[in-house]
Design a protein around this ligand. Structure first.
Ligand code: F6P
Length: 341
């Protein structure tokens, strides 16, 4: 078979491990030819391809980012985009497509599957917010980066007797903040799912100072106070209509400084969380997803996505990827709250 593969949306540690697994098993066991599309759906729209043979995937397992490049291009937001995508696939003789992405990339994949294209999706996002899979690769790496930052911030915060507010990614889901905050022993964790009470945050910070140590407050970029709005980094939206979040860390640090009378600084981890080498967990999960995707293609599946259920890789309808965001449930937040203050 001639298989097309692409990576769309924000990059994520583990993307190259999926590409490698698809190519290694596709060529090695199924006798396939694999074609890479550059920069997500842009490459399909424009027929911008790169041949993926065995030598093209040597050495890429530990590499962060994606050797194919990525973009947030939405073919359905471009005039005649869907027809151009179908024409490219037809012209290149692509028998099946493996898009690797989050809800946006897989949303496009769902529509293409409905239009008759053979599509098997692979979920990815550092945010871990896809309901159809227990975990997405990239999340574990992002949490590891954020946890290490928190560990380091404890010592400098304590030395200077100042509050350190750590802003992490995650969009509308607080998974990165919750896991990194728990693993790093944060004194307060603020997530989008639970609008926060600023008086409570101030009380936790004061309590921490009274114990002789300095507070670390982990705040997810999508968190907001009970009586306030989301902090937006910029007014513009991407091709899928998402606003850019960011700035809650600095806003919160200013209020905490004023209310506690102690110096307070904000640290924005930003894209550091997305870059660099994947953790062992993410390398293995991404590799298993790639193997399962190429097998699903050869089983004649379409309109499905590979997913992790417990320790098994399963196939679920592609539409399930975009149906519902997986948010932090109240009981998981309650576990973290035990350690606040
Ligand atoms: O979805 C992954 C993610 O890293 C979010 O956590 C974050 O809000 C967003 O992408 C940032 O996107 P960009 O790199 O386009 O600014």
């Amino acid at each position: 078979m001639r298989i097309g593969i692409l990576t769309g949306g924000g990059d994520c540690p583990g993307l190259n491990a999926v590409i490698r697994a698809v190519v290694r098993k596709g060529i090695g066991e199924h006798g396939d030819e694999v074609v890479g599309f550059r920069d997500g759906w842009r490459g399909v729209l424009e027929g911008d391809t790169v041949p993926l043979d065995l030598s093209a995937v040597r050495g890429i397992l530990p590499r962060g980012g994606t050797v194919l490049g990525t973009s947030r291009t939405n073919p359905y937001a471009v005039e005649g985009g869907a027809d151009r995508v179908l024409a490219t696939l037809d012209r290149l003789g692509i028998d099946a497509l493996i898009p690797i992405g989050g809800e946006d990339t897989l949303g496009v994949a769902t529509r293409l599957a409905q239009a008759g294209v053979a599509v098997v999706g692979v979920p990815k996002t550092i945010d871990n917010d896809l309901d159809a899979t227990d975990y997405t690769f990239g999340f574990d790496t992002a949490v590891g980066v954020a946890m290490e930052a928190i560990d380091r911030l404890h010592t400098t915060g304590d030395s200077h007797h100042r509050t350190l507010v750590v802003e992490v990614m995650g969009r509308h889901a607080g998974w990165i903040a919750l896991h990194a905050g728990m693993a790093g022993g944060a004194n307060v964790i603020l997530i989008p799912e639970v609008p926060f009470d600023i008086d409570g945050v101030v009380a936790h910070c004061r309590h921490r100072f009274e114990s002789g140590y300095s507070p670390i407050v982990v705040v997810s970029e999508g968190a907001a106070p009970k009586d306030g709005d989301l902090q937006l980094a910029a007014g513009e939206k991407d091709a899928f209509g998402h606003v850019r979040l960011g700035g809650i860390g600095a806003a919160l640090a200013a209020v905490l400084e004023e209310r506690t009378g102690r110096e307070s600084r904000a640290v924005v981890l930003g894209h550091v969380q997305r870059g660099g080498t994947p953790s062992p967990f993410d390398r293995v999960l991404a590799t298993r997803f790639g193997l399962a995707a190429i097998d699903a293609v050869h089983d004649g599946e379409s309109g499905v996505m590979v997913a992790l259920r417990g320790t098994d890789i399963v196939r679920v309808p592609l539409s399930a990827a975009t149906e519902k965001l997986k948010l932090v449930p109240p009981e998981r937040y309650a576990e973290a709250e035990v350690f606040f203050g």
